[in-house]
Structure formats: C-alpha cells, structure tokens
Design a protein around this ligand. Structure first.
Ligand SMILES: [Cu+2]
Length: 408
C-alpha cells in the first residue's frame, strides 16, 4: 500500500517536472526570438542521420536472427511432405524479404536524403497513371503466384494417401496419446465410444467387447443392477436430490444398454478380425523410413492438436469427429541425429492446443526405424495385439438376478 502511494507521488512529481521543463523551453525560445514550433536545421540533420542508423541496425538484426535461428526452424524437414512445405515457405520468405529490404531501404534512405534544406522547395507530385498501374499489377501477379503454389501444396497434402499407406490411429486424451496400428491386414477395426472400458480403452468393436460392455453396464461398478438395488433398498433413507440423481443415472444407463443390445444384434462376428489384430502402443510411436503413413485422429475429451514439428505436420483432434493427415518419413532417428550432430535428438509428437492443466506434458516420442528393424519390432508387437491383451468380463460382479434382468 505504502509503495503504491510512493509510486503515485513519483508519477505526479514527474508530470509536474515535465510540464515545468516544457515551459522553460518555451521561454528560452522566446528569448532567442524564434517560436517553439520552428525546427532547427541541426535537429533535422541529426534525425536524418538517425534514420540511416536505424535502417542499418534493423537490417543487421534481421540478418543476424535469420542466420542464428533460420525460419523453418528445427533442422531439415524429416518427411517428403515436409520438404515441399519448407520449399513453399522458402519461396514466400524470398519474396517477402526482397520486398522488405527494398521498401525499408527506400523509406529510411529517402527520409535521410530529402531532409529539409533551407531554400529548397519540394516537388508537387499528385498522380501518375504508369506508377499506379505498376504498383497494382506487380503485387497482384506476385500474390497470385503465392496463392496458386499454396493451393497446389494444400491439394497434395490433403489428397487421399496411397492404398499401401500404413494406417495408424492416434487417440488423444488429457494428457497423453495412444497409437493404434492397423496390424497385419492394415485395416483399423471399428470403434464406438459406448464400448470404452478399462479393458477396451479405445472402444474397439468386436463381439466380445460388446458382450463385456453389456455385462459391465448391468453388473459393473455403478451398473444398472447396483443402482436398482440401491433405489429399491427399504432400509436406507435417501434424500430427494440423491434419489433424483440415481434415477437420472439409471435412465441413462438403461438407454445405453438398449443401444448396446442393438449393436450386438446388428454386429457380424466376421468383422471382429480387423479389430483383433490391431496393435495398441503407448509412449513411443515407431515408424518405418520411406513408408507412407495415413494417420487418423480421435479425441476422447477436448480439442487437441497433433503436432509433428520435424515432419512439418499438424492436425486438430476433435471429439466426435475424425480427422486425418499423411506423411512419409525420410530420415531414421539415427540419420537425423547425425544430420543435426546431436546424439540425444528424438522426434516428437506434441499437443499444440492448450487443452488443460498438464497440456505441457502431452507428448509422445517418435522413433523412425530402418525397414528391417521396423519389421522386427512389428513382428514382436503383433503377438501382443488387441486380442491377446483383451480380458473379457465373464463373471458377474454381482450375482445375476433373473427377475431384474427381465426388467431391463
Ligand atoms: Cu492436448
């Protein structure tokens, strides 16, 4: 409080001092017999030279920053698509820098060159058709080139990936990534959020996972049977608000159970295989050099953004809406380490949307392997596919009560 008062006093005294100094300057000008609005030639020449100094400093600082940090950042692009993105960015920068240097040089140099000189009158120059035509048409043509090249790149990046592209799904949630490889058939199994359980956290659709979810909805922790028991128990007294919460919850679960039963009725067990051989992978995403990848994204909770800085790729992950992107890695992690002369280097997948408290930690290491190493890794991993890790819920947590089951 005291320090605030002190700051206020200092500000007021400072303002008074400035006002007094201005007054002093005005009086001094009057004594020297010229008005305070008259600008001295000496001041003009000083400002003209400072314009040049600023221009040199500005150009020097820009060149230094570019040499020190570059503009595409983070070393060479590590994917085919990244190289074309960098090329486009370089073209844009070349144009921007060319215009920047010319216009800024003229701006500051003219301010220096045409400083007011006693007795020299400025030329009156109002209009010139040729100039108008030139500075309208040249930027129009340059912009058209930039836009056409940009559209071309965009079309290449968003076009469907090749048929042999390896399919990988990235599942985002606060605050981690889970990868799902399509397995030997290179087909990702279907998913449904209603099937998400601790044993099936990506919600894959198979006959067994549907049965497990139906089972959990009935007998699991907080399931329908438990809720009904709680509501029908005459020994405990529940407040109206608790009763209403329990009833709403029960109604919601009964609706979900009906949907699960519908799913079970329409599901064909022949379609289980694509889901069963999917491989779920956490913490590190392994990729194969020179293989095209098709990534699809899902989000469990909020909007995240999958950002692969070294591959120059980024895509939002949106709950309830599938997104995709593709790229082909061109350097293994080892090769990139050599290129960057950095033995600790690793590719990363980051979340690039502020998605909550631990957003900063939402990342996945990415390792690019030679084909041989990749095949060996995938072979070892395929024996631990979704089928082998899935534990179906078979034993009722609460003994089945046939009458209750009839009711639901
Ligand atoms: Cu996130």
């Amino acid at each position: 409080m005291e320090s605030r008062l002190l700051i206020l006093v200092i500000i007021v005294i400072g303002a008074i001092a400035v006002a007094q100094l201005t007054r002093l300057y005005e009086l001094a000008s009057k004594m020297r017999k010229h008005g305070e609005h008259d600008i001295q030639d000496r001041d003009n020449y000083l400002n003209a030279r400072l314009m040049l100094v600023f221009n040199i400093f500005q150009f020097g600082a820009l060149i230094w920053l570019m040499l020190e940090y570059g503009w595409t950042g983070i070393g060479p692009a590590a994917s085919v698509e990244g190289e074309s993105t960098d090329w486009l960015l370089n073209v844009n920068f070349a144009i921007i820098l060319f215009v920047f240097f010319i216009t800024n040089f003229l701006l500051f140099f003219f301010a220096y060159k045409y400083v007011r000189k006693p007795g020299v009158k400025a030329t009156f120059f109002a209009h010139n058709n040729k100039l108008e035509l030139l500075w309208t048409s040249v930027p129009a043509v340059v912009l058209a080139v930039i836009i056409i090249l940009g559209l071309q790149s965009w079309n290449e990046l968003t076009s469907p990936s090749s048929k042999d592209a390896l399919r990988v799904e990235l599942y985002a949630q606060q605050f981690n990534w889970t990868a799902r490889y399509a397995g030997e058939d290179n087909v990702l199994g279907k998913t449904d959020y209603k099937l998400i359980l601790a044993s099936n956290e990506l919600g894959l659709v198979t006959s067994a996972t549907i049965d497990s979810s139906i089972h959990a909805m009935r007998f699991g922790n907080g399931g329908i049977v438990g809720l009904q028991k709680l509501l029908n128990n005459r020994d405990t007294v529940l407040t109206d608000s608790t009763l209403s919460v329990l009833r709403t919850n029960l109604g919601r679960k009964e609706r979900l159970l009906r949907l699960l039963n519908q799913m079970k009725a329409t599901h064909n067990a022949k379609n289980d295989a694509p889901a069963w051989n999917d491989v779920i992978q956490k913490d590190t995403l392994y990729l194969c050099k020179n293989k095209p990848y098709e990534f699809t994204f899902r989000s469990k909770d909020v909007i995240h953004s999958a950002y692969f800085p070294h591959f120059r790729q980024q895509m939002n992950t949106v709950p309830g809406y599938g997104t995709r992107l593709k790229f082909t890695p061109i350097y293994t992690t080892k090769e990139m380490r050599k290129l960057k002369n950095l033995s600790t280097f690793n590719y990363v997948l980051l979340c690039n949307k502020i998605c909550g408290g631990a957003h900063y930690g939402m990342k996945m290491m990415v390792v690019v392997l030679e084909e041989k190493e990749y095949v060996a890794w995938m072979k070892a991993k395929s024996s631990k596919n979704f089928k082998s890790s899935f534990a179906p819920a078979t034993q009722p947590a609460v003994p089945a009560d046939t009458t209750t089951n009839e009711m639901i």
